[in-house]
Design a protein around this ligand. Structure first.
Ligand SMILES: Cc1ncc(COP(=O)(O)O)c(C=O)c1O
Length: 383
């Protein structure tokens, strides 16, 4: 029987609904106790000494670069295979995003190429744990420390991922998470910055709220404050934080389901000709199993649209992570003149992969159905 298996589906239950209604019933919609609690809960979950809530992962990354004072003449190394937000946040400061190709085995940034891309202008590295598979942070941090570079971990896909037992986001200088609906947990929109550096956390906190020196609770005369820095409004509302507080205890269960689904799906795909998988969890690298991307071999990839259409017709939702290497997007091509072929490994992932869902809205039986569907579609195409 035909199923309906969307690629992503937010896991919103009674707890989230009740938490939102609770906020709506009270007088405090922003600057309230839920933001404080959500930050504490998230810090506890990841093991972070400091957590600063922000309105999205993009806002958090922009806030970090802005707070560090990045600007024209500075360079930040960024993976070519990522969401455009990773690069945009650098460019928004006037600094330059220097793209580095992917490692074919994992889709993560190629560390040899990264090392070669460091110049005297390089200030920082933005690293992405692609599809939840941690980057080799031991090697990356060695490169960064040698060149005195700040490391931002873009953890939009890596809630629950660990490197050597440490949660991603706590190995570099900061980690920034996303709570967009298809992520490991959601608050509709939202994000979190975690760090070991209390001074940096305080500077981020100041700048995420206009550079205002006193929170509402700290004002002796209501309505009075001073502004001591340039800043944004990158806060999360109490409604968003309430959803986050209700979601967080469910995350361990979501992660277990993702891991089971991933294992079942990769087993189901065994023996299908023309496919390969990126490396996932091995030893010290603990993935959060964001999705399972199958890479079609070159001849099958010419019919990727037909494979996707076949899967979708069977009710199997798909996606592509990410649809183009960022430097191949029109904006970056026009800005820096990158030509097709500049980032072949990232391009192979963009042009030849199909992302299959292993999300907690799906069961292991759904994984069998997904694998069987892909097998049938490829057979019917005569590939
Ligand atoms: C790697 C990566 N970084 C950043 C973002 C942006 O996150 P947000 O929508 O929370 O700003 C995404 C969104 O999918 C992403 O995949």
């Amino acid at each position: 029987m035909l199923r309906n298996l969307p690629f992503g589906a937010p896991m919103i239950g009674e707890e989230e609904r009740a938490a939102v209604m609770d906020v709506m019933a009270g007088p405090i919609l922003v600057h309230g106790p839920r933001a404080v609690q959500f930050e504490q809960d998230f810090a506890h979950f990841t093991g972070a000494p400091h957590a600063v809530s922000v309105s999205s992962c993009t806002a958090g990354m922009h806030l970090v670069w802005f707070t560090l004072g990045l600007g024209p003449g500075d360079e930040v190394i960024v993976p070519a295979q990522t969401h455009t937000a990773t690069a945009h946040c650098v460019e928004l400061t006037g600094a330059r995003a220097v793209f580095v190709d992917a490692d074919t085995r994992t889709g993560n940034i190629d560390l040899d190429a990264l090392e070669a891309a460091v110049t005297p202008r390089t200030r920082a590295i933005a690293v992405v744990h692609f599809l939840g598979m941690p980057v080799d942070m031991a090697r990356l941090m060695a490169i960064a420390r040698r060149a005195n570079l700040f490391v931002l971990e873009d953890c939009a896909l890596s809630l629950g991922s660990r490197f050597g037992g440490t949660h991603t986001g706590l190995i570099g200088d900061v980690g920034v998470f996303s709570f967009y609906p298809v992520k490991h947990m959601t608050t509709a929109e939202g994000g979190m910055v975690i760090t070991h550096d209390g001074d940096l956390a305080a500077r981020l906190r100041l700048r995420k709220a206009f550079g205002v020196d006193r929170t509402h609770g700290e004002r002796k005369i209501p309505g009075t404050y001073d502004v001591v820095a340039l800043g944004f409004n990158y806060r999360m509302s109490e409604i968003h934080c309430a959803i986050g507080i209700a979601q967080l205890p469910k995350v361990p269960g979501f992660l277990t389901q993702r891991e089971c689904n991933y294992g079942r799906l990769s087993k189901g795909l065994e023996g299908i000709a023309g496919l390969s998988l990126l490396q996932s969890t091995t030893g010290v690298f603990q993935s959060s199993y964001y999705c399972l991307s199958v890479i079609l071999d070159a001849s099958l990839a010419t019919r990727r649209a037909a494979v996707v259409a076949g899967l979708n017709a069977r009710g199997v939702g798909t996606s592509v992570y990410y649809p183009q290497p960022v430097p191949r997007m029109t904006y970056y091509q026009e800005r820096y003149g990158w030509t097709d072929g500049s980032f072949p490994n990232a391009a192979r992932i963009s042009d030849q992969s199909i992302a299959l869902s292993v999300g907690p809205h799906l069961s292991e039986d759904d994984m069998d159905y997904t694998a069987a569907s892909l097998r049938q579609v490829i057979q019917e195409l005569g590939a």
